[in-house]
Write a protein that binds this ligand. Structure first.
Ligand code: ADP
Ligand code: ADP
Ligand code: ZN
Length: 219
């Protein structure tokens, strides 16, 4: 089963991915994490993506689609995965559909985490991420037990270079222009589940798990 997490930067996709991954026993495929990993390792992909990421722009579709299709060709994605941050354009969504269709597969559901745009800036400027396992924290909303240290793996927490006010504003603009149309795209296919992301992290998770349990029962 292939799931997609949709939502603005800061909506809580990375936070909720953890819950879906556990509930469905599927790998987490986060395009932003893949790009940051490539950047850190100084690979060709990292070099290609760097300037776009710094400016809060989308990495071109061609590069992004190639990276994701290579990732899901890995054996761990044989039975599906949870996409987080991909697709972000209609072009990407179409390429993903076409690639899955070739294998007789399709998207099970796009889970849209709906959050009013006013709360996003605070969520992103207060975000801390684990260098090792990429788990997100928030200085007020979801602090780690020990400051600067990941609860799950004891890794070091850091603030992303693009979680600054100027870049966040650009990322939100890009989201509204290029990614919002995907809501319609999946709604028309009757593959869109909306969850209220403006409630406590645990409540969002509970709503998602309830939905997934219902889905499993139908299978
Ligand atoms: P995304 O992957 O969609 O960009 P994250 O999961 O990284 O979003 O969450 C962004 C920030 O908001 C993180 O600091 C996270 O701890 C915090 N956060 C996530 N969900 C909630 C929520 N329901 N309420 C308050 N803060 C949240
Ligand atoms: P957020 O958690 O704030 O939603 P991500 O970690 O998903 O951010 O993405 C960080 C950056 O990586 C984006 O601003 C963009 O430059 C690049 N990126 C990630 N996913 C995609 C994608 N599907 N298409 C194009 N660029 C992407
Ligand atoms: Zn960690």
């Amino acid at each position: 089963m292939f799931f997609i997490l949709l939502g603005a930067p800061g909506a809580g996709k990375g936070t909720q991915a953890d819950i879906i991954v556990k509930e469905m026993s599927l790998p987490h495929v986060a395009s932003g994490d893949l790009f940051r990993h490539a950047l850190k390792n100084g690979t060709e992909l990292g070099k290609q993506a760097e300037s776009y990421m710094k400016g809060g722009k989308l990495v071109p579709d061609e590069i992004t689609i190639k990276m994701i299709l290579e990732r899901i060709a890995q054996p761990d994605c044989k039975n599906g995965c949870v996409f987080d941050g991909f697709p972000r354009t209609i072009e990407q969504a179409k390429a993903l559909d076409a690639a899955l269709e070739k294998q007789g597969k399709s998207i099970e559901e796009a889970i849209y985490i709906e959050v009013p745009s006013e709360v996003l800036l605070d969520r992103l400027t207060g975000r801390w991420v684990c260098r090792t396992c990429q788990s997100p924290y928030h200085q007020k909303n979801s602090p780690p037990r020990k400051e600067g240290v990941c609860d799950k793996c004891s890794g070091e927490l850091y603030q992303r270079a693009d979680d600054t006010e100027v870049t966040i504003k650009e990322r939100l603009k890009v989201y509204f222009a290029q990614t919002m149309p995907l809501l319609d795209y999946y709604e028309k296919k009757d593959r869109l589940f909306k969850v209220n992301g403006n409630q406590h992290i645990d409540s969002v998770g509970k709503d998602i798990v309830k939905f997934l349990k219902g889905l499993k029962q139908k299978k």
